[in-house]
Design a protein around this ligand. Structure first.
Ligand code: RFL
Ligand code: PHB
Length: 389
């Protein structure tokens, strides 16, 4: 077999890149380790930056997003007895869009099927050969048969646990990591959200977040220990704890109901450098992870896709390699800013096991400053809605 670009990983990064390439007539094959249903059952991100929304439009897959997405002009932050709003519209002129990663992925799979593009699901033992040569290829097993695809380029969109990053020799790559001493216990419930905008809460009992997927579907999180288990949390216990972490004026109005999903996610900051090795380009979670505070994971994956797509477009369009040559540097410059924002917001909003009274006062002072200072709010808003590509 031969194609122009092999995309390893059929998550949002890989699918979006595949769809963008299709629009300019570049052929791409997607290899996915799981089934389509499994990928679509993963509940993850919920907030899209303008850049991601624009990429969905460029890829021609934004019909449902325009119809069902919820534009948000701001977000609430609560701490102690205070609650304040960061006004995205006022400070940046841009809203964010609430639209679940599951829906993004579903739209992209449907578009892929409509164009008849090749996707191999349940592939095993994916191996990259010759990434650092002009003739790379990808080997994989499907239904017990070994296949090989020769290609021009490989996009490593296979997430944190994929094989693409590990194909880059250890002596070439540098990894930076910070693991946070807690996780997020999240639920989804078929209940109206407690507020029409998101609420990030810093409380004595730990962080909480009120988000949503629609006006009838809520997504709530509470900070928990990574040693905890979902089995320790009945729905009633979850609702009681969530309410205790919110200002009473909000929790009084909260509509509760049975959860339809419940899981614990770890919090980690991670970056690998470089994001390119020869003809292999890493995109999204394969190259970096952010803690979810601030919703930067999927959006940072999208900016990688943008830079890689532009590089490939110039290469296939007029033989110009400058975009591909500059890919790693450009992508990483933006990645590190998203890392900084996610780390800052995570540090500001959570209770840390070894936190001193001084550390706590620093959080409160910073929150007081953010609540009362327009410049700080503008900086927060610019980062939240997404820095320019
Ligand atoms: P993904 O979504 O992990 O997709 C990678 C795909 O590659 C497949 N794969 C392979 N395929 C072939 N061969 C192999 N050897 C392979 N190894 C893996 C996987 O099955 C998968 O389908 O990465 P991508 O596309 O870069 O997208 C990134 C986003 O998914 C990610 O940044 C966000 O979801 C992060 N994230 C969140 N971000 C937010 O902005 N808000 C959130 O609330 C939020 N919650 C989360 C999250 C990530 C989580 N993970 C990764 C554990 C919650 C969780 C639980
Ligand atoms: C979500 O809706 O899942 C979500 C929203 C904002 C975040 C993280 C997760 O910062």
């Amino acid at each position: 077999m031969r194609t122009q670009v092999v995309i390893i990983g059929g998550g949002p990064s890989g699918l979006l890149l595949g769809q963008l390439l299709h629009r300019i007539g570049v052929e791409a094959v997607v290899l996915e380790r799981q089934t389509r249903d499994y990928v679509l059952s993963r509940i993850r991100a919920g907030v899209l930056e303008r850049g991601m929304v624009e990429l969905m439009a460029t890829a021609g897959v934004d019909a449902r997003l325009k119809e069902e997405g919820l534009p948000h002009d701001g977000t609430l932050i609560s701490y102690r007895e205070e609650i304040f709003r960061i006004d995205f519209a006022k400070h940046t002129g841009t809203p964010v869009m609430v639209y679940g990663q599951t829906e993004v992925t579903r739209d992209l799979y449907e578009a892929r099927e409509n164009i008849g593009a090749e996707t191999y699901f349940e592939v095993e033992d994916v191996e990259i050969e010759g990434a650092n040569t002009d003739r790379p290829s990808v080997h994989f097993t499907k239904d017990g048969t070994r296949h090989q695809i020769a290609c021009d380029f490989i996009a490593g969109c296979d997430g944190f646990h994929g094989i693409s990053r590990r194909t880059i020799p250890e002596e070439v790559r540098t990894e930076y990591e910070k693991v946070y001493p807690f996780g997020w216990l999240g639920i989804i419930s078929e209940t109206p959200p407690v507020n029409h905008e998101l609420i990030y809460a810093n409380s004595d009992r730990g962080f909480a977040l009120c988000s949503m997927r629609s006006m009838t579907r809520s997504r709530y999180y509470i900070q928990c220990s990574m040693a905890d288990s979902v089995d320790n949390w009945s729905d009633d216990q979850f609702w009681t704890e969530l309410k205790r972490r919110l200002p009473q004026s909000l929790s009084n109005d909260m509509v509760t109901g049975p959860s339809v999903e419940k899981s614990i996610a770890p919090l980690r900051s991670f970056v690998t450098e470089p994001m390119r090795w020869g003809r292999l380009f890493l995109c999204g979670d394969a190259a970096h992870i952010v803690p979810p505070t601030g919703a930067k994971g999927l959006n940072t994956a999208a900016s990688d896709v943008h830079y890689l797509f532009e590089g490939l477009k110039s290469w296939y369009g007029d033989g110009d390699a400058a975009g591909l040559d500059g890919y790693s540097e450009k992508a990483l410059a933006r990645v590190w800013k998203a890392e900084r924002f996610s780390w800052w917001f995570s540090t500001l909003m959570h209770r840390f096991p070894d936190q001193s009274e001084f550390d706590l006062r620093m959080q409160w002072a910073e929150l007081d400053f953010l609540r009362s200072n327009e410049a700080a709010q503008k900086a927060m808003a610019e980062n939240y809605v997404g820095l320019p590509y």
